[in-house]
Ligand binder design. Structure first.
Ligand code: GLN
Length: 188
């Protein structure tokens, strides 16, 4: 049975855990770097990217995640989690794992429309996916080797680079398991 870790320092980790369990994998909440050794894949949830980043750094989990990413472990970052995967964060100097060749803009939809839901077309999935956006980032630039999987309003909102997956929205807040299943399928 595959084991998926959900980084549980802050944010929407419980919802990811429930969704992954519905997909039939074993799930562990990751709070210590040693727990990463038990994982075949890792989800970095939405929440507050500055807080999660600070804790990742203070608890020395960051380097172990980078090492595992380099060795091919699939990592899925949603919303704040995608910000933490990005090599460039346009409007901030905050900590990042800097694994994905993307530039993100934080809180990119502004205060007026900070939360909304929209149907998205995701590359490789049939039919619309409900996108729940909460103070979401979007991806402004992608490097070579980054695959764009979804766009909304001409802005990139889902990306894949090898073993790394990121999206601006919150698939764990819907009943649709397809995005998590897509991620689980990335485990070799
Ligand atoms: N705005 C948050 C951040 O920049 C992300 C919001 C979320 O994860 N829902 O960290």
């Amino acid at each position: 049975m595959k084991t998926v870790g959900v980084l549980a320092l802050q944010g929407a980790f419980r919802e990811h855990k429930e969704t992954l369990q519905k997909c039939g994998v074993k799930v562990i909440e990751v709070r210590k770097k040693e727990q990463l050794d038990e994982c075949d894949a890792l989800v970095i949830p939405g929440g507050e990217s500055t807080t999660i980043g600070k804790l990742l750094n203070e608890w020395s989990i960051a380097q172990r995640i980078r090492d595992r990413a380099g060795a091919g472990m699939p990592i899925f970052g949603t919303c704040a989690g995608m910000i933490l995967l990005a090599k460039q964060i346009k409007n901030s100097t905050q900590f990042s794992l800097a694994l994905m060749d993307i530039e993100v803009v934080r809180n990119a939809y502004g205060r007026q429309v900070d939360s909304f839901e929209i149907d998205l077309q995701v590359e490789g999935l049939e039919g619309p996916v409900q996108g729940v956006f909460i103070r979401a980032p979007y991806v402004e630039k992608v490097g070579e080797g980054v695959q764009v999987l979804a766009k909304h309003d001409n802005k990139i909102v889902m990306v894949k680079q090898g073993n790394l997956l990121g999206c601006s929205f919150h698939p764990e807040l819907t009943d649709d398991l397809r995005i998590h299943q897509y991620f689980i399928n990335m485990i070799k």
